[in-house]
Design a protein around this ligand. Structure first.
Ligand code: PLP
Length: 402
């Protein structure tokens, strides 16, 4: 058919479904896709406002907050920017515990926006030491640090950061900085408690644990952060919370992405009503353990190994896998995609070619994980990468134990 553009999921040689194991965007459930297949409506229509208000209430349940929520037609970067420009003033100092590529990106954004940054460096394979965060905050007796920006789940390294422990340290030291948490790849995958953990601004996006298309992001905002907003002098317009509070929707400076809200309504129904949030977390934990069991098996014969070397920090939403020296992860990824229709995540920035990533977040079940792992094991063989065969059996054993 001349001029026909095939969808990316239908490679000419591939029938059946694309097995999509990227750490974002993620698989979208059929019922969410169908829910978004709606004609546009006026975003001030009272019927739509009912859907909208239900979505705001549901999203707050996922964030475990009763405080304020602001939403933006932007990917996660937009919500990062909103968090900073609404609460801080030019020249303010921000402490950023290093986690990997995404803490680096947030640091870069802070610099571009005119904030000063102080890093708490770490070994990307072990994660930042809590004692190093404590030392940095304790040394700041003049309270120059105005915000501590943490990435809850470092998607590039497959590692979590215990945000509740950061709050504990801040409280013990009586440090008044705002605590900000990027939950872009953890929200709806494993536990996050905005109010209980005293998070002042938490940042989330639509396209990962919430199982939606990319297109909107949001910030949960504490009363303390709203107070800081009132004295923040940073220029802003599209992301301005004051501007938003004056609007009917109390969010979105501009057109509301109505179609996404029908999808969000369904995604929240799946998570909060049909499966239950705690069961969503258990499923993510079960699948993550199976992936790790498989990778640990592969590593037996000098094969690929878990990038994260700190079991306390293992991520339940993404596993990063380090290739053996001299083997390019991109070769394996290309084979998996072109031969088996399995899409995995690549290494970001300095990890490019060195690691690949399996996203196990969102709309995913056991056979999808097993199919992905089996295909990767075949791709490793075809790429001539040493590994202990039988990783999929280890994953099955792990699932049977769970
Ligand atoms: N933070 C984390 C932890 C992420 O995983 C991502 C994207 O993958 C971002 C921030 C950036 O979000 P976005 O790509 O939606 O702008």
């Amino acid at each position: 058919m001349d001029g026909h553009v095939a969808p990316a999921s239908a490679r000419p040689t591939a029938r059946g479904r694309l097995f999509f194991a990227n750490p974002g965007p993620t698989n979208i459930p059929d019922s969410v896709l169908l829910a978004t297949a709606r004609a546009s409506v006026d975003f001030n229509d009272p019927l739509f406002m009912t859907v909208y208000d239900g979505c705001v209430a549901g999203l707050k349940k996922v964030l475990k907050t009763e405080q304020t929520l602001f939403m933006y037609t932007a990917s996660g970067h937009g919500a990062w920017e909103a968090a900073l420009v609404n609460t801080l003033s030019p020249g303010d100092l921000v402490l950023i515990p290093e986690t990997g590529h995404f803490s680096d990106s947030w640091t870069k954004m802070c610099g571009t926006l005119g904030f000063q940054t102080q890093a708490v460096p770490c070994d990307w394979r072990r994660g930042v030491e809590m004692s190093a965060i404590r030392d940095a905050l304790a040394a700041d007796t003049a309270h120059k640090i105005k915000a501590v920006c943490c990435v809850h789940n470092e998607t590039a390294a497959g590692m979590r950061l215990p945000i509740d422990q950061v709050r504990k340290i801040m409280d013990e030291l009586g440090h008044p900085a705002l605590l900000m948490a990027d939950t872009i790849s953890s929200l709806g995958c494993y536990d996050f408690r905005m109010d209980e953990w005293g998070v002042d601004v938490c940042v989330g996006g639509s396209q990962k644990g919430l199982m939606l298309p990319t297109g909107f992001s949001f910030t949960g905002v504490s009363d303390k952060a709203l107070t800081a907003h009132r004295t923040s002098t940073h220029p802003r317009h599209y992301f301005d919370w004051t501007e938003m509070l004056a609007r009917k929707q109390k969010s979105f400076v501009g057109t509301v992405p109505v179609t996404l809200f029908y999808g969000l309504q369904e995604a929240l129904r799946l998570m909060l009503v049909e499966e239950g949030l705690e069961n969503v977390f258990l499923r993510h934990a079960r699948l993550a353990r199976a992936v790790r069991a498989c990778v640990q098996h592969w590593s037996g014969n000098n094969g690929p190994q878990l990038f994260c070397q700190n079991p306390e920090r293992y991520s339940d939403s993404v596993t990063a896998i380090l290739m053996p020296e001299g083997h390019d992860a991109e070769v394996m990824r290309k084979i998996a995609l072109e031969k088996f229709n399995v899409s995995t995540g690549g290494g970001l920035a300095k990890l490019s070619g060195k690691i690949f990533r399996i996203g196990h977040l969102g709309d995913l079940n056991e056979p999808m994980i097993l199919g992905t792992l089996a295909s990767i094991e075949m791709a490793l063989g075809l790429a001539g990468v040493p590994h202990a065969k039988g990783g999929v059996q280890a994953a099955m054993d792990s699932l049977l134990k769970a």
